[in-house]
Design a protein around this ligand. Structure first.
Ligand code: PBG
Length: 327
């Protein structure tokens, strides 16, 4: 049917008509809220390039998680900021490390909360790389052993899901093997399967002080020019035992999300990263964009592209908007 018989505007005439034919819906079940955790007490320190995002110490973290749960958000993704860094990221798998204590504390207080942990070395190494450096290069296979230790230490602390974000080859298989050997068959892996080497991670690196001290991450993170390679990465991680695959960043890579959605029947998580957050915040603060509407539109587009789960620093705001719209 063509115009004038077909008129697309008929079903756009009122909000109730539009809502009858709406194809995509955001729910609070889709959301994962990232949190930065540091040493100390009573710390709630704003990240400069991410207004409204804070570093929390273990005590203030509790209050934050209470407000997260009150909004109906069920899952958090934890990033640790250790007080000491070294060449091999030794504090990343200490049983009394910042993340291990945070997981224990949260699971004791809120047993139902889904606790996901970032498994990577960059927050813990003095050079800021996501792996062990040998002769100026990132040594893949040495790094795998560290990652396996980190994942097991998170599982011991009570993590429900571990999320390796390092982009080393073979890490999902190595982590799965280590978890199973240690008796953690129930702990799931959400792999950053398709993680691009992106300039949008800038504010995150300020938050956890993890910018590489030399070189860049191009030898392990993906080239933004590639999409067929994303399929290979996702295939590998699924073969190796990933339970959830992730695409990151979100908006510049929605074509990749769509492609993976069509190819795989596994849950797909999409990470709206720090730089995406910062852009929206900055433009809104200037009065150049309507923050709430832009948040809604970006999250909707991520879901429409095929995301099952969305990791976003806007999770609390989004949950509020979802509740408001539901009324
Ligand atoms: C650690 C890691 C990074 C992010 C998540 N895990 C940074 C990086 O790879 O440099 C970025 C998240 C964000 O920008 O919000 N490897």
């Amino acid at each position: 049917m063509l115009f004038p018989e077909y008129r697309a505007r008929r079903l756009r005439r009122t909000e109730n008509l539009r809502s009858l034919v709406r194809e995509t819906h955001l729910t609070v079940d889709d959301l994962i809220y990232p949190l930065f955790i540091c040493e100390g007490e009573k710390v709630k320190q704003e990240v400069k390039s991410m207004p409204g995002v804070y570093r929390f110490s273990l005590d203030t973290l509790i209050d934050e998680v209470i407000s997260v749960l009150e909004l109906g958000i069920k899952a958090v993704l934890l990033f640790g900021i250790p007080s000491k860094k070294d060449e091999i990221g030794g504090s990343a798998f200490a049983s009394d490390g910042i993340i291990q204590r945070a997981v224990k504390t949260l699971k004791e207080k809120f047993p139902e909360l889904v606790v996901i942990t970032d498994v990577c070395l960059c927050e813990y190494t003095s050079h800021g790389h996501c792996g062990i450096v040998r002769n100026g290069e990132i040594d893949n296979d040495l790094t795998l052993e560290q990652l396996a230790r980190i994942a097991v230490s998170h599982a011991k602390a009570g993590a429900d899901i571990v999320a390796p974000s390092d982009m080393m080859d073979g890490r999902v298989a190595r982590i799965r093997e280590a978890l199973d050997e240690a008796g953690f068959v129930q702990v799931a892996i959400m792999s950053y399967a398709v993680k691009y080497c992106s300039a949008f991670y800038g504010p995150f690196r300020e938050a956890v002080d993890s910018a590489p001290k030399f070189g860049d991450r191009k030898s392990y993170q993906m080239d933004p020019a590639n999409s067929r390679e994303a399929l290979r990465e996702a295939y590998l991680d699924i073969e190796e035992g990933a339970d959830i695959i992730m695409v990151k960043p979100a908006l510049p890579y929605l074509d990749i999300v769509k492609m993976l959605r069509e190819e795989f029947n596994y849950p797909i998580a999409v990470y709206q990263v720090s730089g995406e957050y910062a852009m929206i915040k900055a433009a809104s603060q200037m009065g150049w964009l309507d923050e709430e509407k832009v948040i809604w539109e970006t999250l909707l587009s991520i879901k429409r592209a095929g995301a099952d789960l969305i990791i976003t620093y806007f999770a609390k705001k989004a949950a509020e908007l979802i509740l408001k719209r539901g009324k």
